[in-house]
Design a protein around this ligand. Sequence first.
Ligand SMILES: Cc1cc2nc3c(=O)[nH]c(=O)nc-3n(C[C@H](O)[C@H](O)[C@H](O)COP(=O)(O)OP(=O)(O)OC[C@H]3O[C@@H](n4cnc5c(N)ncnc54)[C@H](O)[C@@H]3O)c2cc1C
Length: 294
Amino acid sequence: MYPSRFAYQRAENLTEALTVLDECKDAIKILAGGQSLIPLMKLRMVSLPRLLDVGRLQELHGICQENGLLRIRALSRHADLERFLSPPGLEMLREGARVIADPQVRNLGTLGGALAEADPAGDWPAVFLALDTSVVCRSVNETRRLSIGDFFLDAYTTALKPEEILTELEITLPRAQSGSAYLKFERKSGDFAIASAAVMVEVGSSQEIRRIGIGLAGVGLIPMKASKAEAVLRGQRFEPEILRQAGEALMNEIEPLADLRGSSEYKRNVAGVLFQRAFTIAWERAGRASRPEA
Ligand SMILES: Cc1cc2nc3c(=O)[nH]c(=O)nc-3n(C[C@H](O)[C@H](O)[C@H](O)COP(=O)(O)OP(=O)(O)OC[C@H]3O[C@@H](n4cnc5c(N)ncnc54)[C@H](O)[C@@H]3O)c2cc1C
């Protein structure tokens, strides 16, 4: 189906884009990679008077490390992260990118778009919830830094204001003794997750779990941070019993919705199993990172 008629405008720089958004607010929508918005418009599930194409804004491209932060600008493509040589502890950035859709979508879809879309089964929200991530939102008058936990408000709903652009993500670089892993279970390759689990773990000097982050997708109306399971693990030495208890806490704190991808109970179990497997891989990677080179 063709989308209904709309006006198209392309911004040449960030100042121009922010000014247009400020003038038009709800009457205009940002177009980044178009991999969520265009299909919705073609299905006529979304109908918009005007699109603002931000695809050429150089200010929103690039990935860099500075002052202990990894900065990922909003127009970074999924494929950019697939090729990215992650620092220790951020292995799951590549793992997240690799399981999104197919090469076409990965070459066009952007991280900013994926987070602004806030699909509860999307891969990036789970990955960034497991990390110490701030979302930078800019408008003409203000720059806001939101913790990723405060960014997702409801299904497909974020804290972004109509006049704002998500410009970049700031991720605290994990310390050396860190590892992470992202595991997704899907009906077929490239599909959205039945459930997925992202785990980042940092090992302390006494071999305790110094820092832990767990992000989940497909387990409720919004992408979720498994805070109760994190609390079970934090400060503990890793033992199978502790991991089992954390898995139980995680399964109790989620409320998956039954849909075509499975019943609530099925998804709960899948999430519990994926979490335990992802934790084990992340822990193993953290241990390897802390051992001196042979
Ligand atoms: C066939 C198919 C399979 C897919 N499979 C998966 C999958 O397995 N896992 C997964 O996670 N995703 C999947 N996706 C979604 C894909 O990741 C999209 O690329 C992504 O969700 C949206 O990114 P985009 O750049 O294309 O955004 P767009 O479609 O351009 O925009 C999406 C929304 O975000 C807003 N927006 C975009 N950029 C910004 C910004 N910088 N600031 C503020 N608002 C902004 C837009 O206004 C719009 O509301 C799939 C998509 C398709 C078509």
